[in-house]
Design a protein around this ligand. Structure first.
Ligand code: ZN
Length: 160
């Protein structure tokens, strides 16, 4: 069966950056299952998988615009150390920020004196992504799955 909107697709994938470093992989885990066409995967993945069939292996090279977005320097901010209270702040630490409607993760990138630099860009923003994808299975989504917007297990019956 070919992948198209509202099919449940299960894939194995390995994500590397252009230096060949593995950033994420489903290897050794259950395949990733998702409903095509609902925007659950990044745009470049759904476009690359569209129209393909079970058993196909793909190498998808995805530009940041169709991945996790381009970097936005406005998301980099300096915050006084005092704003973090008594916490010991280290580069690489992550915090939730934003409003109640829109939460996002910021990463501490630098500490200079009493000022801490935090970056609200997605860690993969601006990164060209290389996905090795194997399509494991493709089936119709059930009505319940479409109504709920998520997959109900391999056979479509198991709710979790
Ligand atoms: Zn459900």
């Amino acid at each position: 069966m070919q992948v198209s909107a509202h099919k449940v697709v299960s894939i194995h994938y390995t994500l590397t950056d252009n230096a060949g470093t593995v950033l994420d992989s489903s290897s050794g885990r259950e395949p990733l299952m998702y409903i095509q066409g609902l925007g659950h995967l990044i745009q470049g993945m759904e476009e690359g998988i569209e129209g393909r069939t079970t058993g196909e292996k793909l190498n998808l090279k995805i530009a940041p615009e169709k991945g996790y977005g381009v970097r936005n320097d406005e998301f980099v901010q300096q915050v006084p150390k005092a704003a973090f209270g008594d916490q010991e702040i280290q580069p690489g630490m992550q915090f939730e920020a934003g409003t109640e409607e829109q939460r996002y993760i910021v990463t501490v990138t630098a500490i200079e004196g009493d000022m801490i630099t935090v970056d609200g860009n997605h860690p993969l923003a601006g990164v060209e992504l290389n996905f090795d994808v194997e399509i494991i299975s493709v089936r119709e989504a059930t009505g319940d799955e479409l109504a709920h917007g998520h997959v109900h297990g391999p056979d479509g019956n198991h709710h979790h």
